[in-house]
Write a new protein. Structure first.
Length: 513
């Protein structure tokens, strides 16, 4: 299916509702505006297989332009709204984008970008700055009917740059050029989560990230309604569920943590009975946090493990998770393998690199070395995560390989320590890293954002050390606890751990890229 089909069969149905304002976009409006976008791309010489970039916050036009690129057979690159001008320029150059559309909310960065992107056509929504032309003016006189050479395009998304410069994940354009051709994600959404035209889906995260973009566009493929939050606020999310009678939603663990930190009165003030599916992914969820969410919302919590690379997928529902606590599920797309450093497959229970066999093949754009590192000799691919499988085929993730701490020859995975600390009532956020240690090579350091910064100090550090020691071995207990008023975290929940680590390794000039 495709929004163009629903524009014919149910033109007045809302394809999109903005949670904060109630502004709606019908399927007929989405069809007309995405057609105008496709005509504009052709007018500027973009043909099938070319690349367009979106540098926008969460506004309704995001979907109109993305669907316009999709029906024009383009690769559409969605760029983080948190980046600086040089960082955006790097992605424009690396992706080969020939045209970029920005929203006026990002005008400061866009204005600084002009000199960095002289060869790229630049259009802006809701206003202009020097060097940028108006999107609204450019599309106003263009046809609302389809272009003559429609062909299905796809996204080309960049990593969040948590461990280095972001890398573009490039897959081939869909083999079937038809806009209405079956898509893997659409079939999985129907099979796993019962998505349909009746789905009312809350999307609380930035649309430039893979999960919000792909899942919400999947809802539109099926004729459902997307409720888009412009910015996540925990109580506002609960209010949106009640007001719009949301029955499906997408989250990351930091959303859960922030909602659980609401007072009992705030949590009880909203009717969430319409919610049947609450999916979470993007980062590991501490067991106590997930247990608390199931206790609160009931058995509607679903989890999956996947990456922007689309090379595989595991899934697990609430009942399965309660029987396999800590697991991210069994393979639903691709075949799982756990391998050692030499590529040898490991038996159940042993930890190693997680590979998928049979999923979508991908490459990291302009980075053959990183692409080769993600490949097994048998053609399997990995996202760089460490994990183990049990006898039943359930996957348990340990951490990212690149985050591992080696202290005194012992491998320590920060995620386990972070999962323990985040459950302390006085901790709002935490990052655990390895810092230089002359004796042990690395020492375990916890950088903690307290709920109340006024409580930061030796007494809280001692309390948190004891909290860790109650459940973790001595080698995993942080040797040092430092406090900060905020951690560098991506809006999708991923932590820029490289930035935290670099402070302790003498690379203070490191920036988010």
């Amino acid at each position: 299916m495709h929004p163009s089909v629903h524009a014919q069969t149910m033109p007045d149905k809302p394809a999109l509702i903005v949670a904060e304002t109630g502004q709606t976009t019908s399927y007929a409006e989405l069809e007309a505006r995405s057609n105008r976008a496709a005509h504009l791309f052709r007018q500027h010489g973009l043909n099938q297989g070319d690349t367009v970039a979106l540098f926008m916050d969460n506004i309704p036009e995001f979907y109109e332009i993305a669907w316009g690129a999709q029906r024009a057979g383009l690769f559409y690159v969605c760029i983080s709204s948190k980046l600086t001008a040089p960082e955006v320029a790097y992605i424009l150059q690396d992706s080969g984008a020939r045209l970029v559309v920005a929203s006026h909310a990002l005008a400061g960065v866009a204005a600084a970008l002009t000199d960095h992107a002289a060869a790229v056509t630049r259009l802006m929504l809701h206003g202009t700055v020097p060097g940028w032309d108006s999107w609204e003016t450019a599309v106003a006189a263009l046809p609302t009917t389809p272009i003559a050479d429609e062909r299905a395009g796809t996204d080309m998304l960049y990593s969040s740059g948590t461990t280095g410069r972001p890398k573009g994940v490039r897959v081939a354009l869909p083999e079937d050029p038809s806009l209405t051709a079956p898509a893997v994600l659409t079939m999985l959404a129907q099979m796993l989560y019962r998505f349909s035209a009746e789905t009312i889906y809350l999307s609380p995260a930035p649309l430039y990230h893979a999960a919000p973009l792909r899942w919400s566009m999947t809802v539109m493929r099926l004729g459902g309604t997307v409720v888009m939050m412009q910015h996540f606020e925990p109580e506002a999310a609960l209010a949106a569920i009640e007001r719009c009678r949301v029955n499906a939603s997408q989250w990351v663990p930091t959303h859960f943590v922030r909602m659980l930190k609401l007072s009992p009165e705030q949590r009880a003030a909203h009717d969430l009975s319409s919610l049947k599916v609450a999916i979470h992914a993007a980062a590991p969820c501490p067991i106590p946090v997930k247990q608390a969410m199931i206790d609160w919302w009931g058995p509607v919590i679903y989890e999956y493990y996947a990456g922007s690379e689309g090379n595989g997928l595991t899934t697990i529902d609430s009942a399965q998770w309660l029987a396999h606590q800590g697991s991210v599920g069994k393979a639903a797309y691709g075949i799982l393998h756990i391998c050692d450093e030499a590529g040898n497959e490991l038996p159940p229970g042993q930890e190693g690199l997680v590979y998928f066999e049979g999923g979508t093949q991908f490459e990291y754009h302009n980075d053959p070395e990183k692409t080769a590192e993600a490949r097994h000799a048998k053609g399997w691919t990995t996202l760089g995560d460490i994990g183990r499988m049990d006898e039943e085929g359930y996957l348990y993730l340990t951490d990212r390989k690149s985050f591992m701490i080696i202290s005194g020859g012992v491998n320590i995975y920060p995620q386990e320590i972070e999962n323990r600390l985040i459950t302390h009532p006085r901790v709002a956020d935490v990052a655990v890293i390895g810092a230089p240690c002359p004796e042990m090579g690395e020492r375990v350091v916890a950088v903690v954002q307290p709920v109340d910064m006024a409580e930061a100090g030796p007494a809280l550090a001692d309390e948190l050390t004891a909290w860790c020691r109650a459940e973790l071995s001595g080698v995993k207990t942080p040797r040092q606890i430092d406090f900060t008023d905020a951690l560098p975290r991506h809006p999708t929940g991923k932590l820029y751990k490289r930035l935290v680590r670099d402070r302790y390794w003498g690379n203070s000039d490191s920036r988010i890229v």
